[in-house]
Every structure is written in C-alpha cells, then in structure tokens.
Design a protein around this ligand. Structure first.
Ligand SMILES: Cc1cc2nc3c(=O)[nH]c(=O)nc-3n(C[C@H](O)[C@H](O)[C@H](O)COP(=O)(O)OP(=O)(O)OC[C@H]3O[C@@H](n4cnc5c(N)ncnc54)[C@H](O)[C@@H]3O)c2cc1C
Length: 432
C-alpha cells in the first residue's frame, strides 16, 4: 500500500519519518527545491535567516523534553522580547512582552487607561466572548485594546477582528491572570507566557530540525515537484505534477495549503473554494549589517512588535538566536496587495527608512545586504466560521483515503510543537 505525501514542510517530513519507522511505502512530493516550507532557513551571502521567529518551545512538557532530546546543536535562550510604544508626544517606550504584563513601562496616562479598562472589564466579568474583538474590548478592556491589542492585531491579521474566533485566544494567547496583571501593573517583575520564557534554537538555523527529520529518507523526497492535479480513479489516486509526471497512491496525505488542494481535486459534494477559509501572505525582509556593527535600539532583543504606522509588525534579531549569525534582522509585513500603498519593489527601502525613523538603525552605511521573500499562506486565519467548513471537507476527503495534516494542510494555526504532536496523533489513529 503506497502513500504519497504532498509537501515537505515539517508536517510532511514528520509524516514521512513516522511512516518510515513503521516500514511503510511512501513518497514525498515537494514543489520547492528545498525542504522545510515555512520553517526553512534561507542563505543570502553570509547571512542565514528564517521566516521570522522560529523558536522551539511548547506548553506540553513532554514535547519540550522531546525537542530538547534531539541530537541538534542547540542554543538555549531566555526570551528578550519588546513592544515598541509611543505616547501622544511621540516619545518612545519599550514595553516588555506580553503587553498585559509589561504595562508598568508605559507613560502614566496610558498606564492608567490600561489598568482602569482592565479592572472595569474584570468587574463586568463577561462569561463568554463571541470573537477576538469582543475579548479584546470586554476581556482586556479599553486601554489595552487602544494601546496595543486592536492596532497590533489589525496590522498582522489585516481583517476585521470580529471575524476571528476565540480559538485564537484559547490556543495561542494564554492571557494573564488578574493576580499577575496587578503585580505587573504595580511594578513587580512578572514573567508572562512562562512556557515560552526559555526556548531552544538550532545553532545553524531552524533548517537543522527539518534536515534531522528528513534523515534516512532522502531518496523518498522528490523536490521541484509542483502538484497540479489529483484524480481518484479505479486504481486509487493519480497525482500529476507540473512537469507532467504522475504518481499512483492508495492513500494521500496533504500538507499543502487546503485552499490550493481544493482547486486541484474533484470530489463530489466539495466546492472549489470556501469564503471562510481566509489567510495572509507575508513579506520577509532581511537587513544585514556589516560585521561588528550593531542596531542602535533593540539590538539585544530576540524579537519586537510594532503596532503603529511603520511598515512591519515584527522584527526578529537573527544574531541573538545564534552566536554563528552576523548582525541582521528580519522584518515582517503582511501583504495587503498594495492596498496600503506599499508597492513590493519599494519594501526593502521602506523598511530601512522605518528602522532609521524609529531609531533602530543609526547609520544606513552599516547595511551591507537586504533581501526580500514573499511567502504565501503564512497565517491561516482562524475565522469564526472556518471550523464547520473544515469538518465537512475533512470528512469527505477522508472517506476517499485523502488526509489533511498540518498548519496549512488542515488549516490550523499551529506552531512546530503542535505540528509534531498532531502528526503523532494522526499516525496513531490511521496507521497503527
Ligand atoms: C512568521 C512565522 C513565524 C513562526 N514562528 C514560529 C515559532 O517561533 N515557533 C514555532 O514552533 N513555530 C513557528 N511558526 C510555525 C511553523 O513555521 C509552522 O507550524 C510549520 O513550519 C508548518 O509546517 P507545515 O508542514 O504544516 O506547513 P508548510 O511549512 O507550509 O509546508 C507545506 C509544504 O508544502 C509545499 N507545497 C505547497 N504547495 C505545493 C504543491 N502544489 N506541490 C507540492 N508541494 C507543495 C510547500 O512548499 C511547503 O514545503 C511560525 C510560522 C510563521 C509563518
């Protein structure tokens, strides 16, 4: 019985590794010339860089132990993350992340709005929230909404926050307790999102985890195989790639973006597209400095968030992830298809200008290299009505022996630890 896996990101690779351990026959088809998908490491000149932050941590202690047990050359880091804030007079403040636990660093008026808003929200004690915006407004209160959560989330998600379900909060945000909020607001050092406080990172980039996962099954991974059509016939599934080659399979595991899969497959009862399945594409812009140079602000942090009119919503300081990396940052910009007036060809220049304006870069002459990559399907948006649609699609396809797995494959906003545990559960369910 042969299985074909579509995509060699972490999900596809881990599925392959697990099938390999079970002695199954399988092949992985990957469209790009490199494995890793969203978690690959790019090389531009002397600079190795990921698509933004790719830190390894987990809320599940068993997964943390598993990740740490892998024979990779890890750096163990203690999170240093900031939020860039300006007040009415454009004075600059760096707030500790997460915002609710960093507000003691705000100017007094903004601090007061956050504290009053939060306490009023807690007093009202709304039992349930309909969507992300409702939770921000009535769970965190008007101050936190105004000073961070609404502008930042609008910037990264690029959609009305009433469309985003509470799954995002439940799965990802891990809100502060009232006690922690009060202690932090009144000056005590509190560490929010503890599970992420210490993380590990492979010295040569996150690609090392991908290469490790692929070890021993290299001959089963076919690169530059862009899947274009998937047809069910009397012999099973026939998969055709852009170069005209075909593969026959009894079972297909798809980790490629679900909305792309729907366009290339014909299964009765399924549409070609579903409006609730929304996503974002992202531009990643590398700014590499000459050896020995440093950024004039935020140079020591791992990453930082931005909610205002600067082009990026986050920057990742690559040199703080590994002592092997020269000074460089990666800026992330949600692709708004030019609707924000930012033509892609000017983005590198715009990022450098913004870095200078914000005081992060002092001297343009320190920049020796910039690079840009546009990556599609970086963030599947957890919309309020995506769940039922996903259930229908999953059921129909599974009945025919096609399984959906992964961040874009199953349309789950998962991190790498979530990918590994979901693949493990999937394998136990269908392949043991
Ligand atoms: C900006 C950003 C920051 C992140 N930070 C972290 C972090 O700090 N910690 C963490 O744990 N996780 C993080 N993640 C999440 C992590 O990157 C993902 O969970 C993981 O990489 C998803 O793997 P995947 O295999 O499910 O999907 P993908 O990586 O998207 O893999 C899908 C693969 O399918 C291939 N493909 C697509 N179309 C076709 C086709 N037609 N034919 C053949 N192949 C095709 C793609 O090229 C790709 O290789 C981050 C993600 C992003 C975008």
């Amino acid at each position: 019985m042969k299985t074909v896996i579509l995509g060699a990101g972490l999900s596809g690779l881990e599925c392959g590794r697990q099938l390999n351990l079970r002695g199954r026959e399988f092949k992985i088809l990957e469209k790009e010339g490199q494995i890793g998908g969203l978690a690959k490491t790019n090389v531009s000149g002397d600079y190795r860089w990921d698509f933004g932050v790719h830190a390894l941590y987990s809320r599940d202690p068993r997964m943390t132990d598993y990740l740490r047990s892998l024979p990779l050359d890890y750096v163990l880091a203690q999170r240093r993350v900031s939020i860039y804030h300006t007040d009415r007079k454009s004075r600059r403040y760096l707030i500790n992340y997460p915002f609710e636990e960093g507000i003691k660093g705000l100017p007094f008026r903004d601090w007061l709005e956050c504290v009053c808003g939060y306490l009023m929200a807690r007093t009202r004690n709304q039992p349930e929230f309909r969507h992300l915006q409702d939770w921000i407004d009535h769970g965190l209160g008007f101050g936190i909404a105004k000073h961070f959560m609404t502008p930042y989330n609008r910037k990264i998600w690029n959609c009305d926050l009433r469309q985003i379900s509470m799954d995002l909060v439940n799965a990802k945000i891990h809100p502060a307790s009232l006690k922690n909020f009060l202690m932090a607001a009144f000056g005590k050092e509190v560490i929010g999102r503890m599970y992420q406080w210490r993380f590990i990172y492979p010295k040569n980039g996150i690609q090392a985890l991908m290469d490790y996962t692929a070890r021993g099954m290299e001959s089963r991974i076919a690169l530059n195989k862009d899947v274009r059509e998937i047809v069910r016939d009397s012999r099973g599934w026939r998969i055709t790639t852009r170069d005209g080659a075909t593969e026959q399979a009894d079972t297909v595991i798809s980790t490629i973006p679900l909305v792309e899969l729907l366009k290339m497959i014909s299964v009765s009862g399924l549409e070609r597209s579903y409006p609730p399945l929304k996503w974002n594409d992202t531009y990643f812009i590398l700014v590499g400095l000459k050896k020995g140079a440093a950024f004039s602000l935020l140079n020591d942090c791992h990453w930082a968030f931005f909610k205002e009119s600067e082009s990026f919503f986050r920057i990742t300081m690559m040199h703080n992830f590994s002592p092997c990396f020269p000074p460089a940052l990666v800026a992330e910009i949600t692709d708004k298809n030019g609707r924000d007036g930012l033509p892609p060809e000017t983005l590198r220049e715009r990022v450098v200008e913004d870095l200078i304006r914000l005081g992060i870069l002092r001297d343009r002459g320190d920049v020796v290299l910039t690079d840009i990559k546009r990556v599609p399907y970086t963030y599947p948006i957890p919309t309020v009505d995506a769940g039922p649609v996903k259930d229908i699609i999953t059921r129909r396809l599974e009945r025919q022996g096609l399984y959906l797995v992964g961040r874009n494959g199953h349309w789950d906003y998962l991190n790498m630890d979530g990918i590994l545990s979901s693949v493990s559960a999937f394998m136990q369910r269908y392949f043991d």
